[in-house]
Design a protein around this ligand. Structure first.
Ligand SMILES: *Cc1c(COP(=O)(O)O)cnc(C)c1O
Length: 499
């Protein structure tokens, strides 16, 4: 741990001294390059116990300064052991976060410039680059022109999908209440499926919807957990019958549990008749739609009001960056704009500029467009497509391996680069299949050699293998399957003996 002897008078005189910045900056880049180089030496899932850090770090902030050398030592000694290595090629949990050199460089530039681009004037480049990059990306996704600035819609880069959902839900709420009267908020209903991300229910709670008016419409394994239009229609009709008012539908393309694809076109066809706001949450799968062969997953998006994806999930963009497109930016602005006198300026008053503060929950905002701009330019669409395709191919090969082992089943047909599998109940030797699968997953993850995660769908505990970490290669996927089999051998034999 550092002492006052490490006091560095140079950096203390100027916390942004260019020479010291360079020296420390190179050190951190070297540190991270070594980290990526050696990342497979670490246990993918951190194995520390709760409270481990408190035992290792002092209870008070230092009064004097400490050198970067000493701090880096503590990072290696105390922080890295508590890191779950999301950049590891053996990380298959959740949806991986695909970092990249371009994404990092963009983040570094954004952090270094450290602008606070709430309105156009506060950093014109930040706003203008964001509008341009959102149109670039929207075009590559072949979003209808109404979602682009060139077609009177537009896009915004938020932190996360949770923010995109809350922002659009508030816009939807106000649009409907303007028609039916503010005091009718208790009648508004929000629709999704039982696979819809919990962000929607949370947003409905924050936005003041009646907690009884969130519909998690049931899905089933027989339809691969996608939301059926006829189920939506029935639910809406029942609500109308009770005097309620349909307000917002979240259709998901690539659900978190199983990458289920809700049929966007058919759902819009139903929902449109009721004047609801339709949001398409493609947090994970959206990125793949820059490939012509996957674009059909969002067919029908032309009838939605908004569409979002997380560039930090599968677009080589370091956290955070959620891209949200809306057809009618004014509906966001009507709900979310603020107008304090200290922000008045001629550019805003001219109405010729975008003031992104009015498109989002927060006021201050980061220059995220730099990241996506660097990613798009450094790799180009063709490499980005191939990168996504390579993950899908690896997932295909993992799926084939699972199918060859008769102890396992694929729970739902694979979409994109995630495979859902489990030990089949009959192999559990009378044991509880969910318990066996849970044990299998825990035992794999505790080995530190791979990290996968689970989902509960239709009462089934399933194991998810999500391929998407930037460093993952075919060999990692093959080894991952071997690891699953090794742990299954041990667990299933033990069950056979004790049964
Ligand atoms: C990951 C995910 C989210 C939540 O994303 P955040 O950016 O963490 O808010 C929402 N919806 C789906 C379908 C997701 O996969």
């Amino acid at each position: 741990m550092g002492s006052n002897n490490d006091y560095n008078s140079f950096s203390m005189n100027n916390p942004l001294d260019p020479e010291e910045f360079k020296r420390q900056g190179y050190m951190i880049v070297d540190f991270l390059a070594d980290y990526y180089h050696n990342i497979e030496n670490y246990s993918v899932l951190s194995q520390v116990d709760p409270g481990y850090l408190q035992k290792n770090l002092p209870s008070y902030a230092p009064f004097g300064s400490e050198s970067i050398e000493i701090i880096l030592q503590d990072i290696k000694r105390h922080i890295i052991p508590g890191i779950t290595h999301w950049q590891s090629p053996n990380f298959f949990a959740f949806f991986p976060s695909s970092g990249s050199t371009a994404g990092f460089m963009g983040e570094m530039l954004s952090t270094g410039l450290n602008t606070v681009g709430f309105n156009w004037l506060s950093s014109p480049a930040a706003t203008e680059l964001e509008t341009m990059v959102m149109d670039w990306l929207g075009q590559e996704l072949r979003l209808p022109k109404e979602f682009l600035f060139t077609g009177h819609g537009g896009g915004v880069m938020l932190g996360t999908t949770c923010e995109a959902i809350l922002a659009t839900l508030v816009a939807a709420r106000d649009r409907m209440l303007n028609l039916i009267g503010r005091d009718n908020i208790g009648k508004l209903v929000v629709y999704g499926s039982d696979q819809t991300h919990c962000a929607v229910q949370k947003a409905a709670h924050i936005a003041g919807f009646d907690p009884n008016n969130f519909r998690a419409i049931k899905t089933s394994r027989s339809s691969s957990f996608s939301l059926l239009p006829q189920s939506l229609l029935k639910t809406i009709q029942k609500d109308l019958h009770s005097g309620l008012v349909p307000c917002y539908l979240c259709a998901t393309v690539g659900t978190t549990s199983t990458t289920a694809i809700d049929p966007v076109g058919a759902l819009c066809h139903v929902a449109k008749n009721y004047g609801m706001w339709i949001h398409v949450d493609a947090a994970y799968a959206g990125s793949a739609c820059i490939c012509p062969e996957f674009r059909h997953l969002i067919d029908g998006v032309e009838d939605a009001d908004s569409f979002s994806l997380n560039a930090h999930k599968w677009f080589l963009t370091n956290l955070d960056c959620c891209c949200l497109w809306v057809k009618d930016p004014n509906s966001l602005i009507k709900s979310l704009s603020t107008n304090p006198s200290y922000l008045h300026n001629n550019a805003s008053e001219s109405k010729q500029v975008v003031d992104y503060k009015d498109w989002q929950i927060t006021l201050s905002r980061r220059f995220r467009a730099l990241k996506v701009w660097l990613v798009l330019r450094s790799y180009g669409i063709s490499n980005l497509r191939n990168f996504l395709r390579s993950h899908v191919e690896m997932a295909k090969s993992f799926e084939e391996l699972v199918k060859l082992d008769k102890r396992f089943e694929i729970v739902v047909p694979r979409n994109l680069a995630m495979v859902c599998f489990r030990v089949i109940p009959s192999v559990a030797h009378g044991g509880d299949a969910n318990e066996i699968n849970r044990k299998l997953l825990d035992s794999m993850n505790e080995s530190g050699r791979v990290y996968m995660s689970h989902a509960m769908v239709d009462g089934m505990f399933i194991i998810r293998c999500a391929i998407g970490a930037t460093l993952t290669q075919q060999e990692h996927v093959i080894i991952a399957w071997k690891i699953v089999q090794e742990h299954a051998n041990t667990i299933l034999n033990k069950t056979a003996i004790s049964a």
